[in-house]
Write a protein that binds this ligand. Sequence first.
Ligand SMILES: O=C(O)[C@H](O)CO
Length: 317
Amino acid sequence: MGKVVFSPLFTSRFHGNRCKVSLWDSDEPVSRAELLKGVAGAHGLLCLLSDKIDTEVLDAAGPNLKVISTLSVGFDHMAMDEIKKRGVRVGYTPDVLTDATAELTVALLLATARRLPEGMVEVINGGWSTWKPLWLCGYGLSGSTVGVIGLGRIGMAIARRLKPFGVKKLLYSGRTDKSYAAEVEGEYVPLDTLVSESDFVVVSCALTPDTQGLCNKHFFCKMKNTAVFINTSRGAVVNQEDLYQALSSGQIACAGLDVTTPEPLPTDHPLLTLKNCVVLPHIGSATYSTRGIMAELSANNLLAGLQGTDMPSELKF
Ligand SMILES: O=C(O)[C@H](O)CO
C-alpha cells in the first residue's frame, strides 16, 4: 500500500498491499500546518468534519491522492467540485450514526421545550424556593404539530421517535415528497406551511447552497410565538443573528442547537446569554459505540479506496 494520512487519526502511502500510515494520535484536531505537511504525497486521507478539505489541502496532497474518507455523514467541509475534478473518491459514514443523532435530537428537543438546563441551574443556585404553579412551565409534545425540515435518514428516525409522544400531526418539507413518510403519517407541505403551523420545527437537512441561511428572520417571523426551534444538522442553515432577535423578542419560544457557526461558539456569543436557548457542542453522534462504528467504517472506506475496490459507503457525487 502507499501513504495514508489519518486526521484525528491522519494519511496513508500505498505500496502494493501495504501502507505507511501517518497518524495524528490525539482527540484534538490536527493543526492546519500539520495537515498540509502530513498530507504531501499521500494516497489516502482520513479526515474529520472539522478539517476543511479545500484546494489548498488537495494541492498539498498532490496527484497521488486517490481517496478521502471522512468520519462523518456530512460532507460540507469538503470542496466537492474540486475533489470530483481530480477524480478522488470519497467515503463517508451514513446510516451508522442515524440512531444516535435522532436520539440526541429528541433529548435536545425535550430539554429545550421543558427547560431542563434552566431548572438544573435553579436547583444549584438556590432559585428553587417551593413548588409554584407556573414556574418553569414549558411546552409538551402531546397533541402537537411537529415539522421536520429534511425527512432523510435522520429526519425519519427523529419522526419515528417523536410520534409515540402523542404528536398529532407530522409535517415535513424538503426537495421531494417521500413515500416512506407514510410510516409516520407524514404530510408533505410547502416550507411556509410547515413553519407557520408547527409547534416544534426540527431542522434535519443537509447544508447545501439551497439550505444555507434558510432559517432567517423571514422564517422565524412566520413561526408561532409558542414554537420550539431545534437544529441538529449544520449551524450555517441558521442565521444566528436573526435567531437571537427571534428569541430575545419573544417571536419564538425557545431554541435548541447542537450545531452552530462557528464551532466552537465563542463563549461570549449573544445566544449564550439567553435562557431560552440551549446550545450543545455538536454531539449528535457522540455515543461510544457509534463513534467506534464510524471509525471502523471510515477506515474500511479508506482501504477500499486505496485498493480500488467497492467501498462500504462511497459518496456518489
Ligand atoms: O456529519 C456528521 O457525521 C455529524 O454531524 C457528526 O455527528
